[in-house]
Every structure is written in structure tokens, then in C-alpha cells.
Design a protein around this ligand. Sequence first.
Ligand SMILES: Cc1cc2nc3c(=O)[nH]c(=O)nc-3n(C[C@H](O)[C@H](O)[C@H](O)COP(=O)(O)OP(=O)(O)OC[C@H]3O[C@@H](n4cnc5c(N)ncnc54)[C@H](O)[C@@H]3O)c2cc1C
Length: 447
Amino acid sequence: MVHRPRVVVIGAGFGGLSTAKRLERRAVDVVLIDQHNYHTFQPLLYQVATSGLNPADVAYATRGLFRRQRRVFVRKGLVTGVDWTGQRVLLRDEEPEAFDYLVIAAGSATNYFGIPGADEYAFPLYSLEDAITLRNHILSLFESAAAEPALVDQGVLNFVVVGGGPTGVEVAGALAELIDKVLEGDFHDLDVHRSNVILVEQGPTLLSTFDPKSQAYARRTLEQRGVDVRLNTAVDSITVDHVHFADASSLPTRALVWAAGIRASDLAQRVEATRGRGGRITVEPDLSIPGHANAFAVGDVADIAAGRGGQLPQLAQVAIQGGHHVAEQIMCTIERRPRSPFAYVDKGTMATIGRRAAVAELPRNIRLTGGIAWLAWLGLHLVYLLGVRNRVSVMVNWAWNYLTWDRGPRLILRPEELATTPHPHADGPGSSRSGSRSGGRSTRSPN
Ligand SMILES: Cc1cc2nc3c(=O)[nH]c(=O)nc-3n(C[C@H](O)[C@H](O)[C@H](O)COP(=O)(O)OP(=O)(O)OC[C@H]3O[C@@H](n4cnc5c(N)ncnc54)[C@H](O)[C@@H]3O)c2cc1C
């Protein structure tokens, strides 16, 4: 029997999936390993956290994507390392997986920059579990305040979002909308307007990688919608019921959302390889790992040089295009054709602020703000969502929310014992807890 080269792909995110999809009809066997049995569409996690969408709308069962591809084998498992000498991927509690070619696409994790208390008390937003935990907590705080209104004076309805990048802007905008337009009606026995959404950014602007006009628009719109935007404000420490700032001021809160930074996933630290910014795996121009011509790193986990000493940002498009590229490099090697360097095509960046408000910066210096940018944002996210069912469900949810001002799933699925105490962080393999220093995600839209 002819030996089919075995390509092992670690991670079923944007990078891993695009690699596997590009290889599914080629003369190779693909083994796609992920700790979850589903792909998560991270750009819409904030809508799950703020009761805009159902968790199942932003996730897709990985096996379902390859049900007709008999040479793609999906495996659920947690990868713990790579045995370079034996050319095997090591898994927790399972047999190792041998490879001829390896693609590491393990993504990133939350970065708390070593800020005291952040690991214990901040809410990350990196996985589906994070989004559900945050939604439970937000809704539980309102329930607690309704039961005991005196808690409002203790800051129970102060929602602090740390990080003025796209994720922070989106979370703050969506939270303000949820409270002002939806919970206000749900909790008619509570003065919901005593709640505050505070967006904290240590730099001098929001959306630092965007044009100043887009930055000003984002700030103005958030403030008009009731968000208290605090620039040049650095978090110093977080406790069970307060956030303390570098200027010695503090704010009572029981819900602090951390949208301030990411680093390479834990796996990057476990693999014997050179690491760059944020612990990301350094790669050659063709995205192979130095010293291992048959192994590649793509997406958030890879430190990809972008010229002039910079690196490519951690964005869906970088991961998708990187995945396609390494699939082609693997086929070039098998077919004895020369490899080529990765050339990223920037298709633009976007961030949404809320209903009929977004910023979009597209190639050829096209800059959009307001309703038209928002429509572009909606359309693009629908295009890149996986699965027709998910697209239809998201579209129906968005149309319903838009027409009725009624958000969908305001369900507390795992009631916390006492909402006013710290949240029960999930520490399982899906959790995005713990961190070390690195840069954050700068710009986005999965276009
Ligand atoms: C809240 C949020 C909003 C975002 N919004 C945007 C946006 O609007 N536009 C945009 O372009 N980008 C956005 N991004 C960034 C974008 O989602 C990432 O750049 C993209 O997901 C990177 O793809 P990836 O394949 O490298 O990693 P991921 O999509 O994170 O996939 C990594 C996969 O690897 C798996 N994995 C990790 N470690 C292991 C292990 N040890 N064993 C097995 N499996 C493992 C994970 O389970 C995961 O499925 C956002 C990110 C977040 C968190």
C-alpha cells in the first residue's frame, strides 16, 4: 500500500481548520486534534456574554465539518508537547500521535501581565466557557441587586471593562445596550439606571491601531450610550470587591472583564522551540519552525515577522491565510516543488460599538463609521460563521433583537452560590486562565 503522508494539526480554530480544509482532498491523511469537540467563533463571544446570542450559535462541532472527508480524522484530546526526535505529538491520557508533517495552531490565552488579583477575580473572554460564565455572573448580579437593593451602593452593578481595544469596546457597548434597553424592562423592581459600565484603558486613546477619527467616533458613541470611558488609567490590582488604579484611586466592583491582552497558548511554552513576543513560536518566512522543516506554526501561536521589525497581529485573517499557506507548503514539499514565503493580504479591520454603530477601515484608505460600518460588520461576520444553521440562527437573533429590542438568551445556566462573591473560574483545559506579559490583539474583523 502507498504511504500517505500524515499531517497532524493541533487546534481546530481558524488556523487549524483552514489548514485541514485545504488538505482534505489532497494525497495526505490529516489528523485534527483539539481539546474541544467544536470550533469557536471567537469574534462573537462577547454577544454570548451579553445575552445577544446562544452559545451554540458561535460554535460548530468539528466532526460535522469533515463528515464526508474520509481521510480527515478528528481527535478530541489535550496536546501536552511534541517529541521531535520520535516525530510524535504527546497527548494527556492518550497514545501519542505520529506525524510526517506537523501544524501547531493552538491559538492564545488571556494575559494578565502579572497584575495582582487578576487571575482570581477578573473575567476573561477567550472561550465559550468564559462567555457563559460571564453571562451567568452579570445576570446573577442583577438578581442579587433586585433581592437586596442596598448592594447597589456597594458597587454590585458597577461593570468594569479593562482594555480599550476592539474587544473592550465591543463588550462595553453591548453591556450598556443590554442594561439600558433590556434589563431595564426585565427588572422593573430595580433602579437599573444606577448601574455603571466603565471602560478603562491605560493608553491615551481607544482602538489604538485605528485612525484618530475612528477612535474619536468610538469614544463619542460609547459615551453617548452611557459608558464611562477612562483613558490613561492603569489597573494596579484587583480584589474581591474593588479594582485599584495606578493613581491610587479605586472603584467598587464585582464584575471586571479583562480584555487587555493575550499571549500564546500554554502549548507554545511546552514545545521545544524559539519563542518571541508573548511567548509565540518564532517561524521562518514560510511559517516553518526553525530547525524543523516539516513543522509549522500558524495563527495566534506564531510570531510572524511583518517587516520593519513588527509582527503580524493576532487576527482571524492572519490565521486563515496562514493555514492555507502551510497546507500549500506541505504539498510543495511532498511534490518536490520549492516553498514560498508567507505573504499576508490585509483585508481591513473593524470594531462594532453597538446598534448601528461601528468603525471599519478597509484597503485603499476606505474608512467607514456608523450604520454603514455596522452593516458591513454584520455581513462579514455572517459570511465567516461556520454552518448554515448557525448563520440562519444568528441572523434571526440579530433581526429579532433589532426589531424588538429584546435580547435572546438571558439564562443563568450555572447559578453561582452567591453572585456578589468572586466567580467560580473554570480551571479545566478549556479555561483561558493565567498569564505572562505580551502584546494584545490590536485590530480585527474576520474578513
Ligand atoms: C473575544 C475575541 C474577539 C475577537 N474578535 C475578532 C474579530 O472581530 N476579528 C478578528 O479578526 N479576530 C478577532 N479575534 C481574534 C481571533 O479570534 C484569533 O486571531 C483567531 O481565533 C486565531 O486563530 P487560531 O487558529 O490561531 O487560534 P484559535 O481560534 O484560538 O484556535 C486555537 C484552537 O487550539 C485549541 N488548543 C489550544 N491548545 C490546545 C492543546 N494543548 N491541545 C489541543 N487543542 C488545543 C483550542 O481549543 C482552539 O480550538 C477575537 C478574539 C477574541 C478572544
